[in-house]
Design a protein around this ligand. Structure first.
Ligand SMILES: Cc1cc2nc3c(=O)[nH]c(=O)nc-3n(C[C@H](O)[C@H](O)[C@H](O)COP(=O)(O)OP(=O)(O)OC[C@H]3O[C@@H](n4cnc5c(N)ncnc54)[C@H](O)[C@@H]3O)c2cc1C
Length: 170
């Protein structure tokens, strides 16, 4: 028989949406609690997967690529014979992807954190629905929610300057 619409599948002490800074938020303070971590994209968030880290890793090859121009100014004749972008890309993501995968696996085997891979949306201040990537939809409730997304912070700053990042919803 189908579950009534207003009954959630599970209840957590804390639910965190976003696995960037959200993942590091879940430290020893929450060890005795049931925590849900919801991520719709690549585990680890923007900084690891398409922000700070990969951009900085592209800087070194870019510096080498423009070296002939700089060198010429100093009277040195260098020649650039080619830029193999596929090799540069593979080096960057060959390092980053395993970090994201290990991070996800580490959380998945945690005894107090449950990872949901899917898109979260609030039904009410206590309840989140998750469209799971594996198919289907689940609903969870939590005493507290952490919305760990940079755009949320910007939005919240504009809306409610003194807001807390983890809010009591009970
Ligand atoms: C190209 C680039 C370079 C950068 N370089 C630097 C730098 O050098 N130094 C620096 O300090 N900062 C840098 N930043 C900024 C930095 O990456 C962000 O400030 C930081 O990642 C924000 O962390 P966050 O946890 O708030 O959000 P994110 O890391 O973006 O994490 C939010 C996560 O939430 C998930 N999510 C969002 N909505 C939902 C939903 N409804 N359901 C489920 N999951 C959801 C997203 O998939 C995402 O993984 C850079 C950003 C970019 C784009």
């Amino acid at each position: 028989m189908d579950k009534p619409q207003d009954v959630a599948d599970d209840h957590f002490d804390l639910a965190v949406i976003g696995s960037g800074t959200g993942n590091s938020l879940i430290d020893e303070r929450f060890a005795g609690m049931r925590v849900a971590l919801i991520e719709r994209g690549i585990f680890g968030g923007t900084c690891l997967n398409n922000g700070c880290i990969p951009t900085k890793m592209f800087v070194a090859p870019a510096d080498y690529a423009i070296a002939p121009v700089e060198a010429r100014r100093l009277g040195v004749d260098l020649q650039l014979r080619g830029v193999h972008f596929d090799r540069i890309r593979d080096r960057v993501f060959g390092r980053i992807d395993p970090i994201a995968e290990d991070g996800l696996r580490w959380r998945q085997v945690s005894d107090h954190v449950t990872v949901f891979e899917g898109v979260a949306s609030f039904d009410d201040p206590h309840t989140v629905s998750i469209n799971l990537h594996s198919g289907g939809r689940t609903r969870i409730t939590a005493d507290r929610f952490g919305v760990a997304h940079c755009f949320w912070r910007r939005l919240k700053k504009r809306m409610e300057p003194r807001s807390m990042r983890i809010r009591n919803t009970r």
